[in-house]
Design a binder for this molecule. Structure first.
Ligand code: CMP
Length: 134
């Protein structure tokens, strides 16, 4: 079993896609084992996306991620990191495989509905970021 971090971003929450997206995960054998709804603070968004500091899309990304509630969850399943990313589709929805979440619902590279950890190291860091044991 592997774990990965998934975020349903503010655009998808606003479009009432939480159930649709979680349903796709569950139907594919990726099960939420931790879940919470949060509105990112600016400090949280800046820390989470620190690797993108200095990129032209950084500030609009921070503005977007703090614009409303997101659903943050740990998904567990076989090969969870890779399979979550397959279900999401690539960052740019115009290039995403038909039938993926981004191809079906994302408006743009920024308003792209979901985030998923891209490696085992990212998954560990991102799960710890939101669900640290105190
Ligand atoms: P995510 O998987 O959450 O990781 C970083 C985010 O930055 C990405 O999804 C997009 O929302 C955003 N992003 C990455 N590249 C671009 C880009 N070229 N233009 C706008 N937003 C981007």
């Amino acid at each position: 079993m592997e774990q990965t971090l998934s975020i349903i971003k503010p655009d998808a929450v606003q479009k009432h896609l939480i159930g649709e997206i979680v349903g796709r995960f569950e139907q594919s054998g990726l099960y939420p084992v931790q879940i919470k709804m949060i509105t990112f603070s600016v400090a949280q968004a800046e820390a989470f996306y620190a690797e993108h500091l200095g990129r032209e899309f950084y500030q609009p990304l921070i503005d977007f991620m703090t614009s409303g509630p997101s659903v943050v969850m740990v998904l567990e399943g076989n090969d969870a990191i890779k399979r979550n990313r397959q279900l999401m589709g690539v960052t740019n929805p115009d290039l995403a495989e038909p039938g993926t979440i981004r191809a079906d619902y994302a408006e743009s590279t920024r308003l792209n509905c979901v985030h998923g950890s891209d490696s085992a190291a990212s998954a560990e860091r991102e799960i710890q970021f939101f669900f640290a044991k105190h």
